[in-house]
Write a protein that binds this ligand. Structure first.
Ligand code: PLP
Length: 360
């Protein structure tokens, strides 16, 4: 117990990021990073000249990158927001649109940070159970009178909601903000972008971390009505107007210029994902249908934790969650084809070893 942390934060259960062990080399399939490097254009953009310019503050308005994103997605720069990773945006959204009176609602099984942000800001959170098949029932969120936060595709399940269901949620809560976290949408989900022109309470949150290979650059973006963007800007300017640094702004612009490169990477990842899914099913695994760059899978042969530990011993890191509702499962990031061939081989070997040892 810290002597200095104020009581308000003393009982916070902070978010636990995926482990980054250094004891040996692992095939890292536990934090949903891209196996592919950023495009050559991104690498070139972070030049020696750009480094020399670091003596200057970054553009707090992020004009060039906002313009590039607006052009790419057919919007006005006034509908675009940028921050230091989408976690930063989600944090601002909880600050801006939730309080003791306006609580939050999100699925019981979803991105773990929503619960942390709600607790951080003293926001009562309604955690709505998923259906038996791990899907979100959009009807649970209609007329809910709370700020809704939904990841679509959801994490760690990978399941996706159709646009019509998202629209039902947005339409039936005109007085509340509906946050749709589209961190994984580029891997086969359906974006809520077409709803933006109809609904001013919709906030779409995106990131360069997954489909654009820039997890380490920390760059998130959001699309919404001018009103919501301006609310979020008030909070950004009240904390750190330079929260997106110069190198990251340049990297982001170059990433948008080389969109074809990233689209091709997503295509490769989806192809590898579908291959791994088939292989795991052939090994007897239950695998949820994924619209993301990861698979959520369980095996009847051993507990989720034993699978996680066994794979770690074999040099492959996957993500296990201790929540009993999903503790049979592991979330497996889709790596390169070569990495996933090793994963499938080791998963098969671990299963037959487990069977010999325990007969389970
Ligand atoms: C990875 C992830 C984020 C965080 O992305 P950053 O932009 O790297 O902060 C947000 N939401 C979901 C659902 C994620 O999986």
């Amino acid at each position: 117990m810290s002597r200095f942390l104020i009581p308000q934060y003393a009982s916070l259960e902070a978010y636990v990021p995926g482990e980054q062990p250094r004891d040996r080399r692992y095939i890292k399939l536990n934090t949903n990073e891209s196996p592919y490097p950023p495009s050559p254009e991104v690498v070139a953009a972070v030049s020696a000249d750009a480094v020399r310019d670091l003596r200057l503050y970054s553009d707090p308005e992020c004009r060039d990158l906002k313009k590039a994103l607006a052009d790419r997605y057919g919007l006005s720069p006034k509908n675009v927001y940028l921050a230091n990773g989408s976690d930063d945006i989600l944090n601002f959204a909880f600050m801006a649109f939730c309080d003791r009176e306006t609580g939050a609602a999100f699925p019981e099984i979803t991105y773990g940070f929503y619960r942390v942000f709600a607790a951080l800001h003293g926001v009562p959170a309604l955690e709505i159970p998923l259906r038996e098949d791990f899907s979100i029932d959009y009807r649970d969120y209609r007329n809910i009178g709370r700020t809704v936060v939904i990841a679509n595709p959801n994490a760690p399940t990978g399941l996706s909601l159709p646009l019509s269901s998202v629209e039902e949620i947005v339409k039936s809560n005109p007085g509340q903000v509906v946050v749709v976290d589209e961190a994984y949408v580029d891997f086969g989900g359906e974006t809520a972008l077409p709803l933006l022109e109809k609904y001013d309470n919709l906030l779409i949150v995106r990131t360069f971390s997954k489909s654009r290979s820039l997890a380490g650059a920390r760059l998130g973006f959001a699309f919404a009505s001018e009103e919501l963007i301006s609310d979020l800007e008030t909070l950004r300017y009240s904390t750190n107007p330079y929260n997106v640094n110069r190198l990251t702004l340049l990297a982001g612009e170059a990433a948008i210029r080389s969109d074809d490169y990233f689209t091709e990477n997503c295509r490769k990842i989806m192809k590898t994902r579908d291959w791994v899914s088939g292989e795991l099913k052939a090994l007897g695994f239950t695998v949820l249908p994924s619209c993301a760059n990861f698979l959520f899978a369980s095996t009847p042969r051993m507990s989720g934790e034993d699978f996680y530990l066994g794979m770690k011993e074999r040099g492959v890191l996957v993500r296990h969650f201790s929540n009993p509702k999903i503790s049979d499962f592991n979330r497996i990031t889709v790596g390169s084809e070569e990495e996933m061939e090793i994963f499938v081989r080791e998963a098969g070997a671990l299963q037959s070893e487990g069977r010999k040892g325990q007969g389970r």
